[in-house]
Design a protein around this ligand. Structure first.
Ligand code: ADP
Length: 293
């Protein structure tokens, strides 16, 4: 069967990762199986050392499994070379990190526009799409601010806008609210949830926080490298979503409802003089950071 035709967007089968340290072996992943459907918000939760980061690294192709299969968007990740993985990640995957990894000398707009440069998008469109995405995360007034001029929550919103501006099919988020206070964490979680739902994107989030994990459509509980429980919240989330559909504002965050940006964004004209050219760093440090290399 052609795996691109149908089925889950992520399929993990019999996955093991065994680290050897001298005589000792650590079973960071000890036989993990699960699937994630398109449009699902899946949380992977567990205490420190349970294997969450190892699992996310495997899914993102940042580490090779000892054994097992990872099929994402119909492609076997575990069989890909480093260069194939870079291409794959650029085509399918966005990352939201705990540390925002914004470039300090660039404005919010430039940071968000940067991934579009690697896709060969022209300057005008880059600026329009980055501005629209910043508007969507509630930062329309912060286009020209640099990371050091923004709060942690605002910087993470920029990080989210940067991850989502290329409209990735799948987003991997590693403790995205780990550096934020509890109120801001809640706002950022609601924002992420809202945006990926609108775009029917698939979000896989790793966290140690059971409360935040509860935002997920499904919550995969992991302990000692094994899945101990998969919690299904899809029915509950559907009901909440239906209730929210009548709302025009997000009262918790004060972020106005806006349409998810496409190529044309009415009222979001950004003039050449207002916004400086987005510079691409010569050493591609950013690109490596994003792909985790
Ligand atoms: P979590 O993200 O849930 O905190 P990790 O996936 O980082 O857990 O780690 C799972 C287990 O694997 C831990 O026992 C950790 O010490 C071990 N581990 C992780 N990475 C390595 C590594 N590179 N070398 C050896 N052991 C590792």
């Amino acid at each position: 069967m052609n795996e691109k035709m149908a089925g889950p967007v992520i399929r993990v089968k019999d996955l093991y990762k065994i680290y050897r340290i001298g005589e000792n072996r650590v079973r960071a992943l000890n036989g993990v199986d699960f699937t994630i459907e398109k449009g699902e918000f899946c949380c992977i939760v567990g205490t420190s050392g349970s294997g969450k980061s190892t699992l996310l690294n495997m899914l993102a192709g940042l580490e090779k499994p000892t054994k097992g299969e990872i099929v994402i968007a119909g492609e076997h990740i575990e069989k890909k070379s480093e260069s194939q993985l870079v291409v794959f990640r650029q085509a399918h995957v966005g990352f939201i990190f705990q540390s925002y990894n914004l470039l300090p000398n660039m404005t919010a707009l430039e940071n968000v526009a940067l991934p579009l440069t690697f896709q060969g998008v022209d300057k005008k469109t880059r600026q329009l799409r980055a501005a629209a995405m910043l508007k969507l995360v509630g930062l329309a007034k912060y286009l020209k601010h640099k990371p050091g001029q923004m709060s942690g929550g605002q910087q993470q919103r920029v990080g989210i806008a940067r991850a989502l501006v290329v409209e990735p099919e799948i987003i991997f988020a590693d403790e995205p609210t780990g550096n934020l206070d509890s109120n801001t964490s809640l706002e950022v979680m609601q924002l992420i949830q809202k945006i990926v739902r609108k775009k029917n994107q698939t979000l896989v989030m790793v966290t140690h926080d059971n409360y935040l994990a509860g935002f997920g459509d499904r919550v995969i509980h992991i302990r000692d490298g094994k899945i101990i429980q998969i919690e299904d919240n899809r029915e509950r989330n559907r009901e909440t979503q239906e209730a929210e559909q009548s709302e025009t504002m997000m009262p918790e965050t004060g972020v106005p409802e806006t349409e998810v940006p496409g190529m044309e964004v009415p009222g979001m004209e950004v003039s050449e003089t207002e916004v400086p050219e987005t510079e691409v760093p010569e050493n591609e440090t950013w690109k490596n950071e994003i792909s985790g290399n």
